[in-house]
Ligand binder design. Sequence first.
Ligand code: G3H
Length: 478
Amino acid sequence: DGGVYKYYADGEWRTSSSGKSVTIYNPSTREAQYKVQACTQEEVNKAIDSAKAAQKLWAKVPLWKRAEALHKAAALLKELKDPIAECLVKEIAKPAKDAVSEVVRSGDLISYTAEEGVRILAEGKFLVSDSFPGNDRTKLCLTSKIPLGVVLAIPPFNYPVNLAVSKIAPALIAGNAIVLKPPTQGAVAGLHTVQCFHRAGFPKGLISCITGKGSEIGDFLTMHPGVHCISFTGGDTGIAISKKAGMIPLQMELGGKDACIVLDDADIDLAAANVVKGGFSYSGQRCTAVKVVLVMESVADDLVSKVNAKIAKLKVGAPEDDCDITAVVTESSANFIEGLVKDAKEKGATFCQEYKREGNLIWPLLLDHVRPDMRIAWEEPFGPIVPVIRISSVEEGIHHCNASNFALQGCVFTRDVNKAMMISDAMETGTVQINSAPARGPDHFPFQGLRDSGIGSQGVTNSIAMMTKIKTTVINLP
Ligand code: G3H
């Protein structure tokens, strides 16, 4: 259709009546790569109406059949891993191998969710009344988990497939309908993902994929009275959505400033490998990336030199060539990162490498001797820049970590497990990793942020639970 990808609603691929499209720019070439439909508010209304009707019937489909359909979608997604990964390479400059892993991981996530769903949704509770004071055994209470209705899924650009299915699969297994609003960069990968669900035979209207401009349909979707739950992953927008949304369950995974605390008894080779992997994979564009290193002064020189040696080996270039460091997603993102670098320069940080940028491609950079008055000490670059703050006590590290407005994950490197546990207790973040870089996966682990990093907990089991409500039936005996 004039080179514009169609959106998906009511079981069909459609052209928007707006006659407008949204252009997706390839981050590496900065040229127009794809176009998607700019849907209208009227089209959103129609998709939500169809979702409502389809959901009523879907909730009555036996659980094992819902699971079967999800397994089919998972298999199709894995079959199409190469073409979908190619979209990720072109739309978000994800290195080729990581792009394939994202799709495969997503297929596994769908299947695991189907399996988990048939187990946990089959279970309920049975209570009797005489355990509460003043009651005889005359009331029997049965609980079950019922769907919420229509779930709105808004994944981010950095995992357009994986963080779409981590919302779609739990919603569907629990008997909900889904409206997916993919990110602009990543929308085509999102549409291909939805195509797998379409081909797996899910009922008409149950799933829709609405593409378009946030300014036109963003608030309209998130404030829509027909939406019964929002699962969002992204940046600050999530805070605005939370304030505007109605009285519905919200699952928000927002930014992070994950700290890596390195103690003087740490395995420095291990810590250095994890700083590089955690800080620079997908060019630092992960909410769980290592975003500040807090290292004890006594081992700082050793750590910094080992990290620098590894940075020197990172391949910088095209995602098609599977380079480690690729262009960041947009020019405005690159400009923002550059602003943080300039601020650090002016305030006297030590540049371990020369700052280098070509278009959206930024070379990996370690900033040593960062101080708390620098923006990079607190802000999230979402790029290949890692600041190092040298600390003289563990308490100083914990204090820095807890003073952040973000609180997603953190990690600590030490050979002393007791110390590690005490630090984990003291770090006020959703997760603490001991002797490894922060990460969301495996995808069935609970995943949550405190403070501005989000609300609710993800992970397969928690997402299914969050997308259901408890219904009780009480049998009153004579
Ligand atoms: O960007 C946010 C993602 O949830 C991080 O996932 O730890 O698998 O890269 P990841």
